[in-house]
Design a protein around this ligand. Structure first.
Ligand code: FEO
Length: 404
């Protein structure tokens, strides 16, 4: 009897992944609730393993597989995504199992080859529209390039109505519960939003295409099986609608004020800016960089339409934490935002100008030239900060009216 058991999803399909309770940093993304690496075992005549797990979790996966099948009976391994959290234990699994076929997308073959330096014919390529006979069941493949790697694809099992969606519709959340309807919906929403913001936001136009394509294909899906977090059973429509909403980036009456501070002056300005925004009816989150991880900031930015950033000037530059945040957000490419910059300075005061340039580089439409305050803001300077927030709020309300 092994410690780790497979979890039955349908008569013929089992979850055989791993739970990473201790994960707190996923290549820079803060994972305060851990994660799972999901692998799925299809008990067809030709037993098929869909995806594997991060390398340190190989034994856990093998124990779960062994609870329902002899691993050496696995005939086919499918790699839907070559990122190491799903392929890290693939070489060890291939050695242990000796499958007759290893399958990936055409780009997946290249990626796996570049990761593991395999011979070119080790992995068999399957593209959109291809399918394989598992013996009494079929697995169909649909490439989802750049969602979120070039190799990404999903697999559909019509018998059983399961879509194995690799990172798609996933989240970093460790739990003993395997189905979405066993967990609180607000928890799922928070973690799914954070996942989308940090992993998918730059590819939102492609997500829109994927959602449209899935609708067009009209796949009958009873279980949506991502590679992280719970399997969607009751909330399939809900999570797809959430993804469609996040991908669309429609204007919303929400703003973020992001800042760091040296002696509290830029902080005072940040809080005054937020008052100005709130005064215009804009729901505003003030996000101090000393207290907020950049991946949580990304999550707030995803559902906001205004971004106001504050930094003191340090040695003629913006503060290092602000630079890191702007670099990260710039890569995530939030779309359709308006914004502004502010900050306290002592003598040269370059930060606001630098921030304006960075915001414009992110295609954020600036509202005004920004606001600088010499050393410590007095009452009048703080009222200027309130007015900066107010002007951004009014602009945002105008956008929303235009939308309506
Ligand atoms: Fe979960 Fe892109 O790997």
């Amino acid at each position: 009897m092994s410690v780790f058991q497979a979890v039955r999803l349908t008569d013929r399909v089992y979850w055989v992944g791993a739970i990473d309770w201790a994960l707190r940093d996923f290549h820079g993304y803060s994972t305060s609730r851990g994660s799972t690496y999901n692998a799925y075992l299809i008990m067809s005549d030709r037993i098929t393993l869909v995806d594997t797990v991060k390398r340190p979790f190989f034994d856990e996966m093998m124990q779960r597989i062994s609870s329902v099948a002899d691993p050496s009976d696995i005939d086919i391994i499918v790699s839907n995504h070559s990122e190491m959290d799903h392929s890290g234990s693939l070489p060890e699994t291939v050695r242990a199992v000796g499958p007759s076929r290893v399958i990936a997308s055409p780009m997946g073959c290249k990626a796996l080859s570049a990761h593991f330096h395999w011979e070119a014919d080790t992995v068999e390529a399957m593209g959109t529209g291809d399918s394989i006979d598992l013996g009494g069941m079929n697995l169909r493949f649909i490439e989802t390039r750049m969602l979120h790697w070039p190799d990404s694809m999903v697999s559909y099992l019509p018998e059983g109505k399961l879509l194995f969606s690799q990172d798609g519709f996933g989240m970093h959340l460790a739990s003993t519960e395997r189905f979405d309807d066993q967990l609180p919906r607000d928890l799922l929403e928070a973690e799914a939003r954070k996942y989308y913001a940090n992993i998918l936001m730059p590819y939102s136009p492609l997500v829109r295409g994927l959602i449209a394509n899935l609708k067009k294909m009209d796949l009958d899906i009873d279980l949506l099986c991502p590679d992280h977090g719970p399997v969607w059973r009751s909330g399939i429509q809900w999570i797809m609608e959430k993804w469609a909403y996040w991908a669309e980036g429609r204007p919303a009456p929400r703003a973020v004020v992001i800042y760091d501070t040296m002696w509290g002056s830029t902080r005072s300005m940040a809080e005054a800016v937020a008052e100005g925004l709130a005064g215009e009816g804009v729901s505003t989150r003030v996000l101090p960089l000393r207290a907020t991880h950049i991946s949580d900031i990304a999550s707030e930015v995803l559902e906001s339409s205004a971004i106001v950033v504050g930094s003191p000037t340090v040695n003629g530059r913006i503060f290092p934490s602000v630079a890191e945040c702007m670099n990260y957000l710039g890569g995530l490419r939030p779309a359709g935002m308006i914004g502004a910059a502010f900050g306290s300075y002592g003598w040269s005061g370059e930060a606001v100008k630098e921030l304006n340039g960075l915001l414009e580089g992110m295609k954020v439409r600036l509202v005004g030239d920004g606001l600088r305050t010499l050393y410590v803001p007095d009452g009048a300077a703080l009222m200027e900060a309130v007015e900066l927030g107010g002007s951004v709020g009014r602009e945002l309300n105008g956008m929303l009216k235009g939308e309506g």
